[in-house]
Design a protein around this ligand. Sequence first.
Ligand code: ADP
Ligand code: MG
Length: 263
Amino acid sequence: MTITNQGTGAAQGSVLAAHGIEKTFFTTTPPAKVLNGINLEVRPGEFTVVMGASGSGKSTLLYCISGMDRPTEGTVKLDGRDLTSFNNKQMSKVRLEEMGFIFQQAYFLDNLNVRDNILLPALKAQPRERAKVEARVDALLKRFGIDHIANHGVTQVSGGQLQRASICRALATEPKVLFADEPTGALNASTSEEVMNALVDVHRDGTTVVMVTHDPACAARADRVVYLRDGLVVDEVALGPWTHEHSEQRSDFLLGWLRDHGF
Ligand code: ADP
Ligand code: MG
Protein backbone atom coordinates (compact mmCIF):
# COMPACT_ATOMS: atom_id res chain seq x y z
CA MET A 1 0.00 0.00 0.00
CA THR A 2 1.31 3.43 -0.87
CA ILE A 3 0.37 6.38 1.26
CA THR A 4 1.92 9.70 0.39
CA ASN A 5 1.26 13.27 1.21
CA GLN A 6 2.08 14.37 -2.31
CA GLY A 7 -0.58 16.07 -4.40
CA THR A 8 -1.77 13.83 -7.19
CA GLY A 9 -0.93 16.41 -9.85
CA ALA A 10 -2.57 16.66 -13.25
CA ALA A 11 -0.05 14.85 -15.42
CA GLN A 12 -2.65 12.43 -16.76
CA GLY A 13 -5.11 15.22 -17.52
CA SER A 14 -8.23 15.85 -15.52
CA VAL A 15 -11.88 15.19 -16.25
CA LEU A 16 -12.83 17.93 -13.81
CA ALA A 17 -10.68 20.99 -13.09
CA ALA A 18 -11.84 23.71 -10.70
CA HIS A 19 -9.64 26.77 -10.31
CA GLY A 20 -9.91 29.75 -8.00
CA ILE A 21 -13.41 28.81 -6.83
CA GLU A 22 -14.97 31.42 -4.58
CA LYS A 23 -18.56 31.46 -3.41
CA THR A 24 -20.35 34.25 -1.62
CA PHE A 25 -23.99 34.01 -0.61
CA PHE A 26 -25.62 37.45 -0.88
CA THR A 27 -28.83 36.22 0.72
CA THR A 28 -27.55 37.11 4.19
CA THR A 29 -26.49 40.42 5.76
CA PRO A 30 -23.55 40.69 5.66
CA PRO A 31 -23.00 38.39 2.65
CA ALA A 32 -21.34 35.10 3.55
CA LYS A 33 -18.11 34.21 1.78
CA VAL A 34 -18.04 30.43 2.03
CA LEU A 35 -15.41 29.34 -0.52
CA ASN A 36 -12.17 31.27 -0.61
CA GLY A 37 -10.29 30.19 -3.73
CA ILE A 38 -10.34 26.45 -4.19
CA ASN A 39 -8.32 24.53 -6.76
CA LEU A 40 -9.32 20.92 -7.31
CA GLU A 41 -8.40 18.65 -10.18
CA VAL A 42 -9.94 15.22 -10.58
CA ARG A 43 -8.42 12.66 -12.91
CA PRO A 44 -10.54 10.19 -14.90
CA GLY A 45 -11.50 7.19 -12.79
CA GLU A 46 -10.25 8.75 -9.56
CA PHE A 47 -12.21 8.41 -6.30
CA THR A 48 -11.84 11.71 -4.41
CA VAL A 49 -13.29 12.38 -0.98
CA VAL A 50 -13.84 15.86 0.48
CA MET A 51 -13.75 16.12 4.27
CA GLY A 52 -13.79 18.97 6.77
CA ALA A 53 -15.74 20.20 9.77
CA SER A 54 -19.43 20.93 9.49
CA GLY A 55 -19.86 24.32 7.80
CA SER A 56 -16.41 24.26 6.14
CA GLY A 57 -18.01 24.48 2.69
CA LYS A 58 -18.00 20.85 1.49
CA SER A 59 -21.53 20.80 0.08
CA THR A 60 -21.16 24.27 -1.40
CA LEU A 61 -17.99 23.13 -3.18
CA LEU A 62 -19.68 19.99 -4.48
CA TYR A 63 -22.60 22.04 -5.84
CA CYS A 64 -20.27 24.60 -7.45
CA ILE A 65 -18.16 21.99 -9.26
CA SER A 66 -21.10 19.85 -10.37
CA GLY A 67 -23.12 22.55 -12.08
CA MET A 68 -25.85 22.53 -9.42
CA ASP A 69 -24.81 26.02 -8.38
CA ARG A 70 -22.43 28.62 -9.78
CA PRO A 71 -19.27 29.88 -8.13
CA THR A 72 -18.97 33.65 -7.64
CA GLU A 73 -15.40 33.51 -9.01
CA GLY A 74 -13.30 30.88 -10.74
CA THR A 75 -13.65 28.32 -13.49
CA VAL A 76 -14.94 24.74 -13.56
CA LYS A 77 -13.89 22.70 -16.55
CA LEU A 78 -15.50 19.41 -17.48
CA ASP A 79 -13.40 17.70 -20.15
CA GLY A 80 -11.93 21.11 -20.95
CA ARG A 81 -15.30 22.91 -21.32
CA ASP A 82 -15.76 25.82 -18.92
CA LEU A 83 -19.11 25.24 -17.22
CA THR A 84 -19.12 28.74 -15.74
CA SER A 85 -19.58 30.11 -19.27
CA PHE A 86 -22.67 27.96 -19.86
CA ASN A 87 -26.19 29.40 -19.62
CA ASN A 88 -28.78 27.72 -17.39
CA LYS A 89 -30.18 25.59 -20.20
CA GLN A 90 -26.75 24.28 -21.21
CA MET A 91 -25.98 23.68 -17.55
CA SER A 92 -29.07 21.56 -16.93
CA LYS A 93 -28.27 19.53 -20.05
CA VAL A 94 -24.77 18.84 -18.70
CA ARG A 95 -26.21 17.91 -15.28
CA LEU A 96 -28.74 15.55 -16.79
CA GLU A 97 -26.44 13.91 -19.34
CA GLU A 98 -22.95 14.06 -17.89
CA MET A 99 -23.24 14.24 -14.10
CA GLY A 100 -24.63 11.78 -11.60
CA PHE A 101 -25.80 12.76 -8.10
CA ILE A 102 -26.38 10.92 -4.85
CA PHE A 103 -27.60 12.70 -1.74
CA GLN A 104 -28.20 11.77 1.87
CA GLN A 105 -31.87 11.25 0.98
CA ALA A 106 -32.85 9.39 -2.18
CA TYR A 107 -35.66 11.77 -3.32
CA PHE A 108 -37.64 9.10 -5.16
CA LEU A 109 -41.21 9.46 -6.35
CA ASP A 110 -43.51 7.42 -4.08
CA ASN A 111 -45.96 6.59 -6.87
CA LEU A 112 -43.31 4.93 -9.06
CA ASN A 113 -41.57 1.62 -8.43
CA VAL A 114 -37.79 1.37 -7.94
CA ARG A 115 -37.03 0.61 -11.60
CA ASP A 116 -39.17 3.44 -12.99
CA ASN A 117 -37.59 5.91 -10.56
CA ILE A 118 -34.23 4.94 -12.01
CA LEU A 119 -35.43 4.92 -15.62
CA LEU A 120 -37.23 8.27 -15.60
CA PRO A 121 -34.28 10.71 -15.56
CA ALA A 122 -32.21 8.51 -17.91
CA LEU A 123 -35.03 8.46 -20.47
CA LYS A 124 -35.33 12.21 -20.16
CA ALA A 125 -31.63 12.47 -21.00
CA GLN A 126 -31.72 9.90 -23.80
CA PRO A 127 -35.34 9.78 -25.05
CA ARG A 128 -34.53 8.11 -28.37
CA GLU A 129 -32.60 5.23 -26.81
CA ARG A 130 -35.30 3.61 -24.73
CA ALA A 131 -34.24 -0.02 -25.29
CA LYS A 132 -30.61 0.77 -24.59
CA VAL A 133 -31.43 2.75 -21.45
CA GLU A 134 -33.72 -0.01 -20.15
CA ALA A 135 -31.04 -2.64 -20.76
CA ARG A 136 -28.47 -0.51 -18.95
CA VAL A 137 -30.78 0.09 -15.98
CA ASP A 138 -31.57 -3.63 -15.71
CA ALA A 139 -27.84 -4.41 -15.76
CA LEU A 140 -27.24 -1.82 -13.02
CA LEU A 141 -30.05 -3.25 -10.87
CA LYS A 142 -28.34 -6.62 -11.14
CA ARG A 143 -24.84 -5.20 -10.59
CA PHE A 144 -25.90 -3.61 -7.32
CA GLY A 145 -27.97 -6.58 -6.16
CA ILE A 146 -31.42 -5.00 -6.23
CA ASP A 147 -32.94 -6.56 -9.36
CA HIS A 148 -35.31 -8.56 -7.15
CA ILE A 149 -36.91 -5.36 -5.82
CA ALA A 150 -37.12 -3.59 -9.21
CA ASN A 151 -40.93 -3.63 -9.17
CA HIS A 152 -41.34 -2.80 -5.49
CA GLY A 153 -42.63 0.53 -4.34
CA VAL A 154 -39.90 2.78 -2.93
CA THR A 155 -41.57 2.79 0.48
CA GLN A 156 -41.33 -1.02 0.68
CA VAL A 157 -37.55 -1.34 0.47
CA SER A 158 -34.74 -0.84 3.01
CA GLY A 159 -32.58 2.28 3.35
CA GLY A 160 -29.55 0.47 1.97
CA GLN A 161 -31.51 -0.84 -1.02
CA LEU A 162 -32.87 2.64 -1.65
CA GLN A 163 -29.40 4.15 -1.61
CA ARG A 164 -28.13 1.45 -3.97
CA ALA A 165 -31.08 2.39 -6.20
CA SER A 166 -29.87 6.02 -6.08
CA ILE A 167 -26.49 4.80 -7.26
CA CYS A 168 -28.21 3.02 -10.18
CA ARG A 169 -30.19 6.17 -10.98
CA ALA A 170 -27.04 8.27 -10.92
CA LEU A 171 -25.21 5.84 -13.23
CA ALA A 172 -28.05 5.22 -15.69
CA THR A 173 -26.81 7.93 -18.07
CA GLU A 174 -23.15 6.80 -17.76
CA PRO A 175 -22.08 10.13 -16.23
CA LYS A 176 -18.54 11.48 -16.52
CA VAL A 177 -18.49 12.19 -12.79
CA LEU A 178 -20.60 10.82 -9.95
CA PHE A 179 -21.05 13.33 -7.10
CA ALA A 180 -22.16 12.13 -3.69
CA ASP A 181 -22.97 14.39 -0.73
CA GLU A 182 -22.95 12.40 2.53
CA PRO A 183 -24.47 9.32 0.82
CA THR A 184 -24.25 7.32 4.06
CA GLY A 185 -25.20 10.21 6.36
CA ALA A 186 -28.64 8.82 7.14
CA LEU A 187 -27.63 5.15 7.40
CA ASN A 188 -26.54 2.92 10.28
CA ALA A 189 -23.05 1.38 10.29
CA SER A 190 -23.84 -1.90 8.53
CA THR A 191 -26.02 -0.25 5.86
CA SER A 192 -23.37 2.40 5.41
CA GLU A 193 -20.83 -0.36 4.77
CA GLU A 194 -23.17 -1.90 2.20
CA VAL A 195 -23.49 1.41 0.33
CA MET A 196 -19.75 2.10 0.52
CA ASN A 197 -19.02 -1.35 -0.95
CA ALA A 198 -21.32 -0.42 -3.82
CA LEU A 199 -19.46 2.88 -4.33
CA VAL A 200 -16.13 1.05 -4.37
CA ASP A 201 -17.62 -1.14 -7.13
CA VAL A 202 -18.71 1.99 -9.01
CA HIS A 203 -15.15 3.25 -8.82
CA ARG A 204 -13.68 -0.12 -9.84
CA ASP A 205 -15.97 -0.13 -12.88
CA GLY A 206 -14.12 3.03 -13.95
CA THR A 207 -16.48 5.84 -12.89
CA THR A 208 -14.96 9.03 -11.51
CA VAL A 209 -16.37 9.71 -8.04
CA VAL A 210 -16.29 12.86 -5.89
CA MET A 211 -17.83 12.25 -2.46
CA VAL A 212 -18.33 14.41 0.60
CA THR A 213 -18.40 12.53 3.89
CA HIS A 214 -17.70 13.08 7.57
CA ASP A 215 -17.16 9.36 8.18
CA PRO A 216 -13.45 8.37 8.18
CA ALA A 217 -14.35 4.70 7.55
CA CYS A 218 -16.14 5.75 4.34
CA ALA A 219 -13.39 8.16 3.35
CA ALA A 220 -10.76 5.43 3.74
CA ARG A 221 -12.20 3.75 0.61
CA ALA A 222 -11.15 6.64 -1.62
CA ASP A 223 -7.93 7.10 -3.63
CA ARG A 224 -7.40 10.50 -2.10
CA VAL A 225 -8.86 12.71 0.60
CA VAL A 226 -8.98 16.50 0.39
CA TYR A 227 -9.41 18.48 3.61
CA LEU A 228 -11.34 21.77 3.72
CA ARG A 229 -11.16 24.44 6.37
CA ASP A 230 -13.09 27.71 6.12
CA GLY A 231 -13.63 27.28 2.40
CA LEU A 232 -10.03 26.44 1.54
CA VAL A 233 -8.27 23.17 0.72
CA VAL A 234 -5.66 22.98 3.48
CA ASP A 235 -4.21 19.55 2.65
CA GLU A 236 -4.75 16.37 0.74
CA VAL A 237 -3.54 12.82 1.11
CA ALA A 238 -3.21 10.07 -1.49
CA LEU A 239 -4.22 6.66 -0.13
CA GLY A 240 -3.80 4.55 -3.28
CA PRO A 241 -6.30 1.91 -4.42
CA TRP A 242 -8.54 0.41 -1.74
CA THR A 243 -8.03 -3.21 -0.73
CA HIS A 244 -10.11 -4.93 1.89
CA GLU A 245 -7.14 -6.49 3.73
CA HIS A 246 -5.62 -3.05 4.34
CA SER A 247 -8.86 -1.43 5.49
CA GLU A 248 -7.90 -1.11 9.17
CA GLN A 249 -4.43 0.22 8.38
CA ARG A 250 -5.93 2.80 6.03
CA SER A 251 -8.61 3.87 8.50
CA ASP A 252 -6.04 4.24 11.29
CA PHE A 253 -3.71 6.24 9.07
CA LEU A 254 -6.54 8.47 7.88
CA LEU A 255 -7.81 9.03 11.44
CA GLY A 256 -4.33 10.18 12.48
CA TRP A 257 -4.11 12.49 9.49
CA LEU A 258 -7.57 13.91 10.23
CA ARG A 259 -6.70 14.47 13.90
CA ASP A 260 -3.62 16.41 12.80
CA HIS A 261 -6.05 18.69 11.01
CA GLY A 262 -8.22 19.12 14.09
CA PHE A 263 -11.01 16.83 12.88
P1 ADP B 1 -20.65 21.69 4.92
O1 ADP B 1 -21.27 20.91 3.81
O2 ADP B 1 -19.16 21.59 4.97
O3 ADP B 1 -21.23 21.39 6.26
P2 ADP B 1 -21.90 23.96 3.61
O4 ADP B 1 -21.23 24.04 2.29
O5 ADP B 1 -23.26 23.38 3.63
O6 ADP B 1 -20.94 23.25 4.66
O7 ADP B 1 -22.01 25.42 4.23
C1 ADP B 1 -20.88 26.22 4.43
C2 ADP B 1 -21.33 27.55 5.01
O8 ADP B 1 -22.11 28.24 4.04
C3 ADP B 1 -22.19 27.42 6.23
O9 ADP B 1 -21.82 28.42 7.14
C4 ADP B 1 -23.58 27.64 5.72
O10 ADP B 1 -24.39 28.21 6.70
C5 ADP B 1 -23.36 28.60 4.57
N1 ADP B 1 -24.36 28.43 3.50
C6 ADP B 1 -24.58 27.32 2.77
N2 ADP B 1 -25.56 27.51 1.87
C7 ADP B 1 -25.98 28.79 2.04
C8 ADP B 1 -26.98 29.61 1.40
N3 ADP B 1 -27.74 29.13 0.41
N4 ADP B 1 -27.12 30.87 1.84
C9 ADP B 1 -26.34 31.36 2.84
N5 ADP B 1 -25.40 30.66 3.47
C10 ADP B 1 -25.21 29.38 3.09
MG1 MG C 1 -22.82 19.48 3.74
